[in-house]
Structures are given as structure tokens and as C-alpha cells.
Design a protein around this ligand. Structure first.
Ligand SMILES: C[S@@+](CC[C@H](N)C(=O)[O-])C[C@H]1O[C@@H](n2cnc3c(N)ncnc32)[C@H](O)[C@@H]1O
Length: 239
């Protein structure tokens, strides 16, 4: 079976070279994600893989991982970690229907133009019964209208209902990446509705973060299998 969607010309394929240490924040969340996934097998697509902070961990679970990002600059850094890596658009994936057993989408809702389209494409490239793990910004405790406080608390400013790109916020660090690229806000209801509209069944919802408030939201969702709807997950980790 071909990996590629009919008529699609794949983007640049970057060959892996060596490894690099992930940042401290990514290392913390990486452990959380590893616990949610557990060991597994089969083909895994790491959507919007960026600099590949999660690719090596995913590989270590036993799955065969393909990373995809639209930024060649991000992929150039990722190639020091693991591979194979492909340049492409998450909203128009170059892969054939039903290719992957698992799709992971880490910290992407704030960076893609159309989160619902990306979730729908994930559903298309997953096999029946396949899993999508969404792990990233918790829209209620993280995002463009949330100001972090020194005591670990947060102040929520007006703007939560603006489901669009936010281009500036007074509490963004002057030298931070958000001042440069902005931040896309996907409210909680839109996030859940994108998943349901794509035909997924929600298996597990979690709120994660090292601080007193959860800055990350995790959704484990599964496509119905050939034999009907998926079984509900238990309390433990693993997919
Ligand atoms: C915040 S980074 C997250 C990277 C990685 N998942 C991680 O957790 O370290 C978001 C990434 O999404 C990528 N991106 C944004 N829109 C995209 C699209 N339409 N298709 C593919 N990648 C996209 C950006 O290039 C960036 O690398």
C-alpha cells in the first residue's frame, strides 16, 4: 500500500541525523504524553512536529514515527533528533486514507489556521479504530487572553470568545515567539466540536501542568473501528 495520497507530490523529505536534548518544559510534558500513550506499535504521524521535541519519545514507545511540519526551518532542527520528516500542510496531508495507527498533535491549536480542518485530515489518514492524541494549550488556562501571575495564578482578560488569531497581548514577553507569530485561540467548545465533527469518539480527557493550574489539555480520541464504536478506556495510561 502506498503511503501517499493519489496525485500528491510529497514535500521535502528530511533525512534523520543524530539526536539533541529536548527543552526542560518539553521534557516534562513529554513524560505526560509518554504515559498517556504507553508502549505500542504501528505507524504514527506526529503532526506539526516542529523541532521534533516529541519525535524521539514517540519512537521510544515502539511505534514507527513520521514527523510533518510546514516549516523547513523547524524541520532542519528536528532532523538532529529523529525521522523521517516531511514538509507539508497539516490541513492537506499528502498521505493516503487510512495510513496511520496513531496521529499525535502536540501544541498545535495555537499555531494552525484551521484546527477543525487539521482534525478532519487526521481522521482521514487514520485507519478505522485509529487514535488521535491532542495535547496542548488548555484554552481556559493558557492562551492569548490569559496573563500568568508570579504566584502561579492567572488573570483571564476579555477575548476568550474571539476564536481567531490574536496578534498582540500586553503580557506576552517582548522577546517571546508570540510577539513574532501571534497566537490562534480555539475556545474549549470549538476544540471538542472539531473532534466530534470529524467522527471521533472521545476516550479520555486530561488536564496537565506542573504548576497549580493546568496549562495543558489532553484529548485521546478514536475513530470507530470496522466492528463498531471503540471500547471506553480504563483509568490507566496506554493506547
Ligand atoms: C508550537 S509548535 C509545536 C511543535 C511540536 N509539536 C512541539 O510540541 O514541540 C507549532 C508547529 O506547527 C507548525 N504549523 C503551523 N501550521 C501548520 C500547518 N498548516 N501544517 C503543518 N505545520 C504547521 C509550525 O511550523 C510549528 O512548528
Amino acid at each position: 500500500m502506498s503511503l501517499w495520497k493519489r496525485g500528491t507530490k510529497p514535500g521535502t523529505t528530511v533525512t534523520p541525523r543524530g539526536t539533541t536534548r529536548p527543552t526542560k518544559r518539553a521534557a516534562w510534558h513529554r513524560q505526560e504524553v509518554a504515559g498517556l500513550l504507553g508502549p505500542g506499535s504501528g505507524l504514527c504521524l506526529d503532526l506539526c512536529c516542529g523541532t521534533g521535541q516529541y519525535v524521539a519519545m514517540l519512537d521510544g514507545t515502539g511505534r514507527q514515527v513520521v514527523g510533518l511540519d510546514r516549516s523547513i526551518d523547524q524541520l532542519r532542527i528536528a532532523q538532529r533528533r529523529a525521522g523521517p520528516l516531511i514538509q507539508g500542510d497539516a490541513a492537506q496531508l499528502p498521505f493516503a486514507d487510512g495510513t496511520f495507527d496513531l496521529v499525535t498533535a502536540m501544541w498545535i491549536s495555537t499555531d494552525v489556521d484551521d484546527f477543525a480542518a487539521v482534525v478532519a485530515e487526521s481522521a482521514r489518514v487514520l485507519r478505522p479504530g485509529g487514535t488521535l492524541l491532542i495535547y496542548g494549550v488548555h484554552p481556559c488556562f493558557n492562551g492569548p487572553c490569559v496573563e500568568g501571575r508570579d504566584d502561579g495564578g492567572q488573570t483571564v482578560h476579555p477575548g476568550y470568545r474571539i476564536a481567531d488569531w490574536h496578534r498582540e497581548a500586553p503580557w506576552w514577553r517582548p522577546d517571546g515567539i508570540r510577539r513574532r507569530v501571534g497566537m490562534r485561540h480555539v475556545p474549549l467548545a470549538d476544540l471538542f466540536m472539531a473532534v466530534l465533527a470529524a467522527g471521533f469518539v472521545i476516550e479520555r480527557v486530561g488536564e496537565h501542568g506542573a504548576g497549580p493550574l493546568p496549562n495543558a489539555l489532553a484529548l485521546t480520541v478514536r475513530l470507530p473501528g470496522r466492528d463498531g464504536p471503540p471500547q471506553r478506556a480504563g483509568r490507566g495510561g496506554g493506547i
